[in-house]
Design a protein around this ligand. Structure first.
Ligand code: OSB
Ligand code: MG
Length: 370
């Protein structure tokens, strides 16, 4: 397929309620929707960086810059046979994984649509219905977190993940266990808020039957995570530390984690995400799909990825109504049964993008024409 046009739209949407992690509070989504056109068809991608560099170094503005100056000019007018070619095309660009992923995922959607297959099929997915979990932010009190857990238990989510930070950790987990018992599938995510000096607190968490502890230590570390894993019974899961297939291999070799969170944006696209998935399968490391407060386009890419066989743990792939009054895909992403999403079988991401809503949310536009 010849890529004849690429459109960029920066969109802004308020979250239903602010979402707080150890690195800060987010009240709205600000991202780039990429449209890649060929032969009258369009594929969509969604950037996943935030407007600040506190999760990783990219921001919506750095993504816009990379797209406008490197990625759109590098792709428009080109002939593409397979979506895997996109990572090769941009292999000389250092990092900027989320920028590359925003355009790479659009090419995957377009490729699947042109071949009239679902994105899941294009990726080699085998799971038709995925079990989903939910990520629950830090609140001003433990009681508010417990109330949120209760709401999501009622909605049927299969796994609860609560955000923790120093001083807001053991008490949260203890209160949830006290209220819901030891069998509730529960995990915590620290987003790099601790150091090895905090090992006693993290060891304390071993007593609460957690599924895993996600990214307790530095965002760029795999050495100290290995030291910590040796001290813990609870599996460590890495998120921020994994950017490449090599990172994944090193982390597994060092036993820095026993579970891996795969985010399409963080690893530079679906092809790399799939390669990391395949490695983890081979090495006996279960994986799950992380979330970045995506709108429907990004979420549908996550759903398709989650249909690969080693996604054996419910991911952060919550339904549209978790964060949005109204999503940009039509219909919105809804559970078919409590805690279960069906993997779309229609072409590409499988839901339509509502052009009118997209238009309303747009604050900046750019277009590259062959
Ligand atoms: O670490 O997984 C994370 C949200 C924002 C920034 C970082 C993370 C998260 C989540 C995912 O926990 C929430 C979601 O998209 O449902
Ligand atoms: Mg995380």
């Amino acid at each position: 397929m010849k890529i004849d046009r690429i459109t960029l739209r920066q969109v802004q949407v308020p979250l239903k309620a602010p979402f707080e992690t150890s690195f800060g509070r987010m009240a709205r989504k600000n991202c780039v929707i990429v449209g890649v056109y060929s032969d009258g068809m369009v594929g969509y991608g969604e950037s996943v960086a935030f407007s600040h560099p506190y999760y990783n170094e990219e921001t919506t503005d750095t993504i816009w810059y990379m797209l406008e100056h490197y990625l759109v000019p590098g792709l428009v007018g080109k002939e593409v046979t397979r979506p895997e070619e996109i990572s090769d095309l941009f292999a000389s660009i250092r990092r900027n994984h989320m920028a590359i992923a925003s355009i790479e995922t659009a090419v995957w959607d377009l490729y699947a649509k042109q071949n009239d297959i679902s994105l899941s099929q294009a990726l080699g997915g085998v799971i038709q219905e995925i079990e989903v979990g939910v990520s629950i932010g830090i609140e001003s009190s433990v009681e508010l977190v417990v109330q949120n857990v209760e709401r999501f238990v009622e909605q049927g989510y299969k796994r609860m993940k609560v955000k923790i930070k120093p001083g807001f950790d053991i008490r949260v987990v203890e209160a949830i266990r006290k209220r819901f018992g030891d069998d509730l599938p529960l995990m915590v995510d620290a987003n790099s808020a601790y150091t090895l000096k905090d090992a006693p607190i993290l060891k304390e968490l071993d007593h609460y039957n957690l599924l895993m502890i996600e990214q307790p230590l530095a965002h760029d570390d795999i050495i100290e995570h290995a030291a910590l894993q040796r001290e813990l019974r609870t599996p460590v899961c890495l998120d921020e530390s994994i950017h490449t297939l090599a990172d994944a291999r090193h982390a597994i070799d060092l036993d820095s984690c026993r579970i891996m969170n795969i985010k399409i944006g963080r690893v530079g696209g679906l092809a790399n995400a799939k390669n990391i998935h395949d490695l983890c399968l081979e090495r006996g490391i279960p994986v799950w799909c992380g979330g970045m407060l995506e709108l429907g386009i990004g979420r549908l890419h996550n759903v398709a990825l989650s249909s690969l066989s080693n996604f054996s743990i419910p991911g952060d792939v919550s339904a549209s109504k978790r964060f949005w009054e109204q999503d940009i895909v039509e219909p919105g992403i809804m559970m078919v049964r409590p805690g279960v999403l069906s993997v779309p079988t229609g072409a590409g991401i499988g839901h339509d993008v509502c052009e009118e809503r997209l238009e309303r949310m747009t604050i900046r536009m750019f277009q590259g024409i062959a």
